[in-house]
Design a protein around this ligand. Structure first.
Ligand code: BEZ
Length: 213
C-alpha cells in the first residue's frame, strides 16, 4: 500500500457496488468525485451519514461531483441497508456503495487503521478533481459523523482556487472575500482582479470572490 498524498493521481480500481461493477476512473469520467468509507452497514451514525449524502444530491450535482461510498460489507447487506436508509432518512440513496469484502479498495486507500479497528474502515473522505488528482483527504473516527456542509464548503474552495489565483481564509464560505495568492505582486492585482482589493498587510491582500457577478 503506497501512501496517498494531495496531488497524487487517485488509484484506479474495479469494484462491485450496489449499482453494478464500476471501474473507478471510467465511472468518474470528467466529473469531480468523492470516495468515502464508513465502518459498517446497519449502524446508526453511518445511516444518518448516507441519508445526508443522498439528500444533498442536488448540491453535489451542481458542483459536478459524483459520490461513491464504501464499506467492507457485502452487496446483500448494502441492498438491505439502503432500504432502511431510504425509510428512516426520508431520502433515496442514488449513489453506489462499494462492497469491499476482500478489503482491496480499503487497502489501496489506507482506510483501515488497525489501532482504531483491525477490520472496519474508518470514516475516510477523498475528494478527487476532474483530472483524477486527489485534492482533499480527511479522516474521522467511527464515533463522529461527518459534517457534509463542511465538505460542500471545501469543494467550493477547491473548485474556486483551481481556476482563480485566490486562496480562501479561515471559515470562508461561498460569497466571502478571498485572499490574493502571494505569487501576484500588489501592483498587478488590479489587472487580475478588477473588482478591487484591500491591502491589510503587504502579504495579506483581500479581493471579492472573483467568480461571482
Ligand atoms: C455508527 O455508524 O453508528 C458506528 C459504526 C461503528 C462504530 C461506532 C458507531
Amino acid at each position: 500500500m503506497a501512501t496517498i498524498r494531495l496531488g497524487d493521481e487517485a488509484p484506479n480500481f474495479t469494484a462491485e457496488t450496489s449499482e453494478g461493477t464500476i471501474n473507478f476512473h471510467e465511472w468518474l469520467g470528467d466529473s469531480w468525485g468523492i470516495l468515502f468509507s464508513h465502518p459498517a452497514d446497519y449502524t446508526p451514525v453511518c445511516t444518518t451519514e448516507l441519508g445526508t449524502v443522498a439528500r444533498y444530491t442536488d448540491e453535489f450535482q451542481k458542483r459536478n461531483v459524483k459520490v461513491v461510498a464504501l464499506s467492507v460489507d457485502g452487496l446483500e447487506s448494502h441492498r438491505g441497508w439502503i432500504k432502511d436508509i431510504n425509510e428512516t432518512q426520508n431520502t433515496t440513496v442514488n449513489f453506489p456503495i462499494i462492497a469491499d469484502e476482500d478489503g482491496k479498495v480499503s487497502e489501496l486507500y489506507d482506510m483501515i487503521h488497525p489501532n482504531s479497528d483491525s477490520k472496519l474502515t474508518v470514516r475516510s473522505v477523498f475528494v478527487i478533481d476532474n483530472n483524477k488528482k486527489v485534492k482533499l483527504i480527511i479522516t474521522y473516527p467511527a464515533s463522529t459523523g461527518r459534517n457534509f456542509d463542511e465538505l460542500l464548503r471545501v469543494i467550493d474552495s477547491l473548485q474556486l482556487t483551481a481556476y482563480y489565483k485566490v486562496a480562501t481564509p479561515a471559515n470562508w464560505k461561498n460569497g466571502d472575500d478571498c485572499v490574493v495568492v502571494p505569487a501576484i505582486a500588489t501592483a498587478d492585482i488590479p489587472s487580475v482582479f478588477p473588482k478591487g482589493f484591500k491591502e491589510v498587510k503587504p502579504y495579506l491582500r483581500m479581493t471579492p470572490q472573483p467568480n461571482l457577478d
